[in-house]
Each structure stands twice: as C-alpha cells, then as structure tokens.
Design a protein around this ligand. Structure first.
Ligand code: AMP
Ligand code: MG
Length: 345
C-alpha cells in the first residue's frame, strides 16, 4: 500500500526515515516545501528521475531543481562557484531561492536537460529538510502538478492527479509561500532573475548591490528565440477556461475595465482583490485576497486558479496587482495563466 505520512499537525518526523529509504530505493514522493509541493525522486538516479517526467507529462528539455539539506551536499553536484554565488546562497538559504550553478558530471543529463548547469535549492521547510537529510542524496523535485496546471500548494488540490503515481505522500498542510522559488543565474557577475518568487529583486540588490530581471519573465517567447530558463517556454498555471488579466494603478479604471469586459460575456467569473469584490455586484466573484497583503494572494492563487473551471465560465477576468516586491512573482504567474492575454491601463 502507498505510504501516507500525516504531518499536518504533528512534528514527530520519525516516519520520514522510511520516506528517505523510499527515495534511496528509486521511489517517488509528494512532499511539502515552503514554496509549493514537490514531486521528488533521487536526483542522482536517472531511472528514478525519469519517473518524475512521466508522472507529470513534463517535456524532457525542461530541467529539474536539485534540493539539498546542507551546504556540504553542494560540493558533490556543483563546481566553480564564485564569491557572489556563495554570498547569495549564504543570504537566502535555507529558503525559497534557487541558484543555477555549473554542474558536476555525477548529475545525470536527465536532471539538467543536458545543460552544463544545474538548479539547486536548500528548502527551509523542516519536513523537506529532514526528508532530504534522511535520503542522503539531493532530491530532484519539480512542482507537484501535471505539466501546465497550477502548482500544488496542498495535498487535496493534487491528490486526484498524482496520488496513483507516487509511492509516498507526505501531507504537511498548506505551503507558506504558495509560489515556486526565485530562480537566479549569475551572468557576467550580475545576478539575473529567471523566475521571480518570494525573494525579490530588492532583496537580492541589498545583498550584492545589483540585479537584473530576465526579459522572459514577462515577455512572450518568440518562435525560435533562445531562453535562459527552459521552463519559460511552456504553458503553466492555466485553467481550461479563457482568461484575461487586467491591471491599472488607478483602481476606478481597473474596476471599469473589469465590468466592461464581463458585460460582453454570458457567464463571466471575476477573480477580484478583497477591496473590489463589492464593485462587481450580481457577478460571480472569487476573492483572491487583499491587495495590501500580497503574501495572502500568493498563498492562495494556485488554489483559486484550480477552482475556476468548475464554474464553467466563458471568460475569467483576473485583477492584477502592482509589479513590485512579491507582486512581480504573482503577476508573472498570472500573465502565464492567461497565456499573455494581459491588459494594462
Ligand atoms: P519547477 O521544477 O516546476 O519548479 O520548474 C523549475 C524551473 O527552473 C524551470 O523553469 C526550469 O527551466 C528552471 N531551471 C532548472 N534548471 C535550470 C538550469 N540549469 N538552467 C536554467 N533554468 C533552470
Ligand atoms: Mg512547475
């Protein structure tokens, strides 16, 4: 029978030793991290990692992140680490921060999609940390979801799509951050954000004085264009329903636009910030959280996106937030959920 470990309200982590054994013997595990749930396997075992790609239906040219529990594990898998890279890891690990480093040959090609670099993160979630430590190997883990769908931030959201495909489920309740890690590559000495997350450009700037944001964080990839982060090429987070993202710094203009769009559809669904819910009277609305509490919006946004298809809307209109701090990461996910169908007024 599949192993189910319930750690929602217990901190008796002794069962994680058996979970570590499952990883070592080539099994797949659903486990919580502080960002989103991961679908993990032994990152040094090519056969085990292949199962991740199969379970998710993930394209083989989309590399995985290796998760480590302490900095000693780093030297086994990465090489030629610069001072600035060390500085970033020391500042943001353990935590929701992934760094792209030169890889060692021991890392299988399947993990890196044959790139000469590897993404590495040290999660701060205690369950994740203990699981990796008991495994004794880096755990390769993409977000737990079928490719293209919103990432899983609690077990009930992903149970139907993944439970049959794994050997063990570790339930740690809802994840804290709710969005995947910030992915950074240091290019010509400058930390470049390939995917925004809880660690913001401002946070990085404070540590090393400079930061860049890769243009593909927001712009649509043109045919044949080379991309630094292969994951940016793929559809992600998208409901089946047609979605449009709308934002304005001027709240009245934003409300007017949302009302104008919704009035030309029969069964619109609006994802509204708490402050604006009452402005969409007699309309179907999901409250995504307060625009003054971006942590709350980040925590719930994937669950909200998973809800929308149930209403069978002919359009989903999503209110955006200011692209500042964590707002950058929220907007990156929403722009992609809407397949770049974005109106800014
Ligand atoms: P996920 O596993 O779903 O959190 O996605 C991992 C993200 O990290 C994807 O967008 C990948 O493209 C990116 N990534 C992983 N490894 C590398 C790498 N070696 N170079 C650039 N991006 C990477
Ligand atoms: Mg993902």
């Amino acid at each position: 029978m599949k192993k189910y470990i319930d750690l929602k309200s217990s901190n008796d982590y002794s069962d994680l030793q058996e979970a570590g054994q499952i990883i070592r013997s080539g099994g797949l595990i659903l486990f919580p991290t502080e960002t989103v749930y991961g679908l993990g396997a032994n990152g040094l075992d090519e056969v085990a990692v292949k199962k991740i790609f199969e379970a998710k239906g993930r394209s083989s040219d989309n590399p995985l992140i290796l998760h480590i529990s302490d900095k000693e594990m780093l030297n086994d898998i990465a090489t030629d680490i610069s001072e600035i890279e060390h500085k970033l890891m020391d500042a943001f690990w353990p935590g929701p921060f992934t760094i792209i480093l030169n890889r060692k040959p021991v890392v299988p090609n399947i993990v890196t999609a044959s790139l000469d670099t590897v993404g590495i993160r040290m999660p701060s979630n205690e369950i994740a940390n203990k699981l990796i430590a008991y495994s004794g190997v880096p755990i390769a883990a993409p977000s737990a979801n079928i490719s293209g769908k919103p990432s899983g931030t609690n077990i009930s959201d992903i149970f139907d799509e993944l439970s049959d495909k794994v050997d063990c489920i570790i339930d740690g309740g809802s994840t804290d951050v709710g969005l995947e890690s910030t992915v950074v590559k240091v290019i010509d000495g400058v930390p470049t954000i390939l995917r925004p997350g809880k660690i913001t450009p401002e946070d990085i700037k404070i540590v090393v004085g400079q930061v860049k944001i890769d243009k593909h964080v927001f712009s649509k990839l043109e045919d044949g264009e080379k991309v630094l982060s292969p994951g940016m090429k793929y559809k992600h987070y998208a409901p089946n329903s047609k979605c449009v993202l709308v934002y304005s710094d001027n709240n009245d203009l934003l409300i007017n636009k949302v009302n104008e769009i919704s009035s030309s559809y029969k069964t619109p669904l609006i994802l509204s910030t708490t402050e604006n819910v009452s402005k969409y009277e007699n309309k179907l609305v999901i409250d995504i959280g307060s625009k003054y509490n971006l942590d709350e919006i980040a925590q719930n946004i994937f669950t909200d996106l998973r809800k929308v298809d149930k209403f069978k809307p002919d359009i989903v209109i999503i209110e955006g937030v200011k692209q500042e701090g964590l707002g950058l990461a929220i907007m990156n996910r929403l722009v992609r959920a809407c397949s770049h169908n974005y109106i800014e007024i």
